[in-house]
Design a protein around this ligand. Sequence first.
Ligand code: F6R
Length: 256
Amino acid sequence: MKVIILPTAEEVGDHAARAIIRGVASGTISVLGVATGSSPLPVYRALAERGGANLRTLTAYALDEYVGLPGTHPQSYRSVINAEVTVPLGLDPDRVHVPDGSAVDIEAACVSYESAISDSGGIDLQILGIGSDGHIGFNEPTSSFASRTRVKTLAPQTRADNARFFDSIDAVPIHCITQGLGTIMEARQILLVARGARKAIAVAAAIEGPITSMCPASILQMHPSVTVVLDAAAASMLRLTEYYNYVAANLPIWQR
Ligand code: F6R
């Protein structure tokens, strides 16, 4: 796992965006996994500013969606991805996929989401945020490491964290569709971004703690290609900060 610690959220966004742009230009990234929430917003902003026409050919898959919010609701992840990713990056809306949280047959919608990802050749790079309880996607603590796209019940903590996007906590849906941990682990590269002190405990548990379903993000320790980009506040509970900075300052020439 590569851990990059930068002073500000803007630098986090910039660093992550440059890595994505390099991947698109070199042909290693054509299918992008996108997260919602506030963590990746500086990445999307930097991508929109620097990305150019190359990005327009990307196919994208969202990690998750609320169950029961119509796609037209401003807080549905379909709307959020459209406003934060599809439009600013100039992507073709037909190639931007979000799980269907309003499907009549929701189980079938989960299965067909998995099929669509594999029909696209799999996800080249998955962008992730992390919940204050260590979730990735909406795989809450105790989610199976083998899980696939399915319906999950949001933890009360997650609903409370996400209440800021709604008029009240009661308006936050209880259920969601999320890619599973097994699905996420199949992405060829993973880029996790976190910022703010509210994430510091979860970030430390994910990177330096034991691999345990109590911190779902800790499964990323088993992935061969993970980069974590943090601002100083999100990194504040890490024990090996000096080592991560030393590694970053002494990258082999071919990795610079
Ligand atoms: C959203 C998602 C979640 C968020 C996490 C952090 O698609 O998959 O895992 O990344 O809840 O949310 P923010 O970034 O809003 O703190």
